[in-house]
Design a binder for this molecule. Structure first.
Ligand code: GDP
Ligand code: MN
Ligand code: MN
Length: 269
C-alpha cells in the first residue's frame, strides 16, 4: 500500500464537533464489475474531510468476492461441524476456506481471517445475495479502503476518508454492531495516552477505536435487511491522531488464549 495517507479534516475542538450522517440513497443492487466509487460519488456531493463508510458486503459483490454453494465440496471437518450446528456443510466449508485460524467451531465458527479480523462465521454472509450464494469479506479490506479512497479522490477531487464495515457480534453483550474492517485516510485509533484528564491525571491506558465508533453509527443508518443503504457519509469529524494497531497480536490477546485452551478445534481433517 506504500505511504499511509491521512486526509485533512476540519480542525475543531472535540467540543465543537457537529457531525452529520447521511445515507447514500438510490444505489442499485450491486453486481460483480460495478464501479462502486462512481456509483456512490454520483449520488452525493462529497466534501473534503468527509468519511464514506461502505458495507463490506457491497464492496465484495462489486469485486466478485462471492461463491456459489453448488461449487463447494465440503470436507469431513465441515460435515462434522454441520452435525453440531445444523448448518449447510457447503456454507461451513466456505467459512473454513475463508479462515486462517479457527478459534471455536461451536455453537458457531469463530475465526480469524487473513487481515487479522476475528469474526463469527469469518464474516461470510448468506443475506443480501441471491439464493445459494455467499458473500465473502474482502480479502484485503485495508487495500480495499485505500483503493476506494483513491478512486473517490480521482472522481471528485476531494480528500475523503473511507471505512469498510461489517456487522459483527461481540463477546459479553447481546446484539451486533458495525465494525471497521478496513480504513484509509485516518488512523484507526485515537490515542489518549499521555493526555491529562479534568483533574490533571495522566491517562495511561485509553486508546479509542474511532473507526469502530464511526462504523457503528454508519451501520445503524445502513440497517441490516432491505434498507438498500450500503454507504453512508459522515461529515464534521475532528481529526484525531493515533495508530493503526487495531488488532491485538496473539501474545497480547489473553481472551483468545483462554478460548484456545477451552475449545481448541479437533485435529486437522
Ligand atoms: P454487511 O453489514 O457488510 O454484511 O452488509 P449488509 O448485508 O448488512 O447490508 C448493509 C446495507 O446495505 C443494508 O441496508 C442492505 O440492504 C444494503 N445492501 C446490501 N447489498 C446491497 C446492494 O447490492 N445494493 C444496495 N443498494 N444496497 C445493498
Ligand atoms: Mn456481513
Ligand atoms: Mn450489516
Amino acid at each position: 500500500m506504500g505511504e499511509k495517507t491521512y486526509i485533512s479534516f476540519r480542525r475543531t475542538k472535540a467540543i465543537h464537533m457537529n457531525i452529520t450522517i447521511q445515507p447514500v440513497k438510490g444505489l442499485p443492487l450491486i453486481h460483480a464489475g460495478d464501479n462502486l466509487p462512481a456509483l456512490i460519488a454520483e449520488r452525493c456531493a462529497l466534501e473534503d474531510g468527509d468519511i464514506v463508510s461502505i458495507a463490506s458486503s457491497v464492496y465484495s459483490k462489486a469485486k466478485g468476492h462471492t461463491r456459489k454453494l453448488a461449487d463447494i465440496t465440503p470436507t469431513s471437518r465441515a460435515q462434522r461441524i454441520s452435525k453440531m450446528t445444523g448448518e449447510d456443510p457447503r456454507f461451513l466449508q466456505s467459512i473454513l476456506d475463508a479462515s486462517q485460524d479457527v478459534l471455536i467451531e461451536f455453537p458457531f465458527i469463530l475465526s480469524e481471517v487473513a487481515c487479522g479480523h476475528i469474526g463469527v462465521r469469518a464474516g461470510v454472509d448468506q443475506s443480501n445475495i441471491e439464493d445459494e450464494m455467499v458473500i465473502l469479506l474482502p480479502p484485503d479490506p485495508m487495500k480495499a479502503a485505500d483503493e476506494v479512497r483513491v478512486a473517490l479522490k480521482k472522481i471528485t477531487g476531494k480528500e475523503i476518508g473511507v471505512i469498510i464495515t461489517d456487522t459483527c457480534g461481540r463477546a459479553f453483550r447481546r446484539g451486533q454492531t458495525g465494525n471497521a474492517i478496513g480504513w484509509s485516510g485516518m488512523p484507526a485509533i485515537r490515542d489518549f495516552r499521555g493526555d491529562k484528564d479534568l483533574f490533571g491525571h495522566v491517562l495511561k491506558i485509553t486508546e479509542e477505536a474511532v473507526v469502530d465508533e464511526i462504523a457503528g453509527i454508519a451501520n445503524f443508518v445502513m440497517g441490516e435487511s432491505n434498507n438498500g443503504v450500503p454507504a453512508v457519509v459522515i461529515r464534521g469529524c475532528e481529526r484525531w491522531s493515533g495508530h493503526d494497531s487495531l488488532y491485538f497480536n496473539k501474545k497480547e490477546d489473553f481472551i483468545r488464549r483462554a478460548l484456545s485452551v477451552r475449545a481448541k478445534p479437533k485435529k486437522k481433517e
